[in-house]
Design a binder for this molecule. Structure first.
Ligand code: PEP
Ligand code: MG
Length: 325
């Protein structure tokens, strides 16, 4: 299996009619990049920066963060490394950040909401990312966005971080792309309004499914209701991709759905540009892409969107699955 995966890794992720889909890796620590590249990842589509902040009782310094982001960026070998800013709160608590007890932590003070209030934390992180941009291609990704105002505020803080670095005489990359995760129904439903403020989108299906279906992603009791093939979820994904394409920005996906080979034809049919997943999933997703034609994928998308429930859509995709040649 491993042997075959490594052989596949050298092949491009291109459809039979020549459309390339960028396949990238989700990582949690910079050291994971190497194995991801060996499995065929072209860069990192989601670097969950939380590891730097967890299991300790102080915040990491700018220098410490810089070293981690630089290592990840260098490891990408000219491909992009998308670094997500702190996504704490909800299912990811941080003991030394005093978050008052909340009845609904998933709907509470988390992610971008913390960054826009504790601006010194955000600016420190952004300065480290901008500096790492001198050592590879990096991008900044904002989690849990629900409005254009948040993106504008975050961008103003990115500009402030750049001003500070200039004043300090430190080298940094001047034009680092800023994009957002589409992981709330609000962001997906207004993707066309958010797109002009963004350099890219990445769809986070783990949270998007949870918030769209009102189904806790970690609750076993309702796990059978949790499906990325629910027609409401598919409509939000499709609308997001179309909004990005109209705006001319790239759109990827970094939730679990990106690594589900059953979903690949559907996502290619919708026009996804990039799929970021845990590295071991890359060879299987790539094999599916290499057997696809985009015309077939588009009609598959049309047919799937006409079906009325997740189970029917899953069954249809299984029936249409192209066997390996
Ligand atoms: C997501 O929500 O889909 C995602 C990729 O982020 P996380 O799983 O870290 O919440
Ligand atoms: Mg998320």
């Amino acid at each position: 299996r491993r042997q075959r995966d490594l052989a596949e890794a050298a092949l491009p992720a291109v459809t039979r009619d020549g459309v390339t889909v960028q396949l990238a890796a989700n990582i949690g620590v910079p050291g994971e990049v190497e194995n991801a590249r060996a499995l065929g990842a072209e860069g990192v589509g989601l670097f969950r920066s939380e590891f730097l902040f967890m299991g300790r009782d102080t915040f990491p310094s700018e220098e410490e963060q810089f070293l981690a982001y630089r290592q990840a960026a260098e490891g990408c070998g000219g491909h992009i490394c998308v670094i997500r800013t702190l996504d704490i709160g909800g299912d990811k608590p941080l003991p030394h950040l005093a978050i008052a007890k909340e009845h609904n932590p998933f709907l509470g003070w988390r992610a971008i909401r913390i960054s826009l209030e504790r601006t010194e934390l955000f600016r420190t992180q952004v300065k480290a990312i901008l500096r790492a941009g001198c050592h590879g291609k990096v991008a900044i990704m904002l989690p849990m966005v629900i409005s254009a105002g948040e993106i504008r505020q975050a961008r103003a803080l990115v500009a402030e971080a750049a001003t500070e670095l200039t004043a300090e005489g430190r080298p940094f990359a001047a034009h680092v792309p800023v994009g957002i995760m589409i992981e709330t129904p609000a962001a997906a439903a207004t993707a066309h309004l958010l797109a002009p403020a963004c350099d890219f989108f990445s769809i986070g299906t783990n949270d998007l499914v949870q918030y769209t279906l009102a189904v806790d992603r970690g609750n076993a009791k309702v796990a059978s209701l949790y499906s990325h093939f629910h027609p409401a979820v598919l409509r939000l994904i499709d609308a997001t991709i179309q909004a990005a394409r109209r705006q001319g920005i790239w759109v990827g996906m970094c939730g679990e759905m990106a690594g589900d080979p059953l979903a690949t034809p559907l996502l290619v049919g919708m026009g996804i540009d990039e799929l970021s997943m845990s590295a071991p999933s890359i060879p299987r997703v790539k094999a599916v892409i290499r057997r696809l034609s985009t015309a077939e994928a588009r009609s598959l998308r049309d047919a799937a969107l006409a079906l009325d429930d997740a189970a029917a859509i899953r069954a249809y995709l299984e029936e249409m699955r192209t066997p390996p040649s």
